[in-house]
Design a protein around this ligand. Sequence first.
Ligand SMILES: [Zn+2]
Length: 71
Amino acid sequence: MKITQNIKEVLKTLKRRKPAKIYCPRCGSPNIHLSSGFDYWLTPKKYVCEDCGYVGPIVMELEKEEKTKTS
Ligand SMILES: [Zn+2]
């Protein structure tokens, strides 16, 4: 039963294809996007911030309404 529930959750997550909103880790701007540059084969995943010029593989991802756990 529990397994079935988990699968349902996964399917629900997959169905909701909306990707998490991403933000620049440096300036917090949402104006950041995956670099689809010529060197994609060198660096498979790289993000470019148009506001501060940040380039790197790390972005802040925020799901909508998802409460971040504060420990
Ligand atoms: Zn930035």
